[in-house]
Design a binder for this molecule. Structure first.
Ligand SMILES: Cc1cc2nc3c(=O)[nH]c(=O)nc-3n(C[C@H](O)[C@H](O)[C@H](O)COP(=O)(O)O)c2cc1C
Length: 181
C-alpha cells in the first residue's frame, strides 16, 4: 500500500498492456502539445513502444501533420492514459525527438500494408478540402515518423479505495513521492 516502487510498477504495467494489447483502452492515450500560438492541443494516438529502462514511450505519426509544427516550436508531449479495468490514470511529461528516414526504415518494413496507409496523404492532414473524401491515401515512407518521447515526469492515480496518487521524476531517479489525490 505504501510502496512507491510497487506503485510505479503498477503504472508501468498499464502502459505495457497498452503496447501489447490493441483492445486495451491504454493502447490509445491522449497526447497533448502546445500550438505555435499557445493553444493546448489534444488528440488520440496509439502507444507503440515503451521502454522501462530508458523510461521512454513511442508513437507513430504522419510527419506532415500539424502536430509537427507544434513540436518544432515546443518539443514536448503530455501523455494521458485512463484504464477503467485497473482504475489507473497515468500522466507523462515527455521531451520529444522525431525520428524519420533511414533510422526508421526497418520499422516501416514491418508495418502491415493496410496500416501504412496512415502515413502519406494528399493533401496533407489538416488541409481544407472541398468535400469529405477529397483526399488520397498512399503509403509514403518519407511521411512516417516515430515520436520518441523521453519521460521526464510521471503522475499515477489509483482510484481504487483508498485513492492513491504519486509523482515520479527523472531528476530524483524515480524515487517518487506520495501526493494527496
Ligand atoms: C483511436 C484513434 C487512434 C489514432 N491513432 C493515431 C496514431 O497512432 N497516430 C497519429 O498520428 N494519429 C492517430 N489518430 C489521429 C489523431 O487523433 C489526429 O487526428 C491526427 O494525428 C492529426 O492530429 P494533428 O492535427 O494534431 O497533427 C488516431 C485517432 C483515433 C481516434
Amino acid at each position: 500500500m505504501n510502496d512507491l516502487t510497487a506503485f510505479l510498477d503498477l503504472g508501468w504495467s498499464v502502459i505495457k498492456t497498452g503496447v501489447a494489447d490493441g483492445t486495451s483502452p491504454a493502447r490509445y492515450p491522449t497526447l497533448s502539445t502546445v500550438s505555435p500560438d499557445g493553444w493546448p492541443e489534444a488528440r488520440t494516438l496509439a502507444v507503440r513502444h515503451a521502454d522501462r529502462t530508458l523510461m521512454l514511450v513511442e508513437s507513430h505519426t504522419d510527419i506532415t501533420s500539424d502536430k509537427l509544427r507544434s513540436l518544432a516550436q515546443s518539443p514536448r508531449i503530455g501523455y494521458h492514459f485512463w484504464d477503467p479495468a485497473t482504475q489507473i490514470q497515468i500522466r507523462l511529461w515527455t521531451t520529444v525527438e522525431v525520428v524519420t528516414g533511414d533510422a526508421v526504415a526497418p520499422l516501416w518494413d514491418r508495418i502491415p500494408p493496410n496500416s501504412r496507409l496512415s502515413y502519406g496523404e494528399t493533401p496533407s492532414p489538416g488541409t481544407p478540402i472541398p468535400t469529405a473524401t477529397a483526399y488520397v491515401k498512399e503509403p509514403d515512407p518519407t511521411a512516417f515518423g516515430v515520436l520518441r518521447c523521453t519521460i521526464q515526469k510521471m503522475d499515477v492515480v489509483d482510484l481504487n479505495v483508498p485513492h492513491r496518487r504519486a509523482h515520479f521524476e527523472r531528476s530524483d531517479q524515480w524515487a517518487g513521492t506520495w501526493l494527496a489525490p
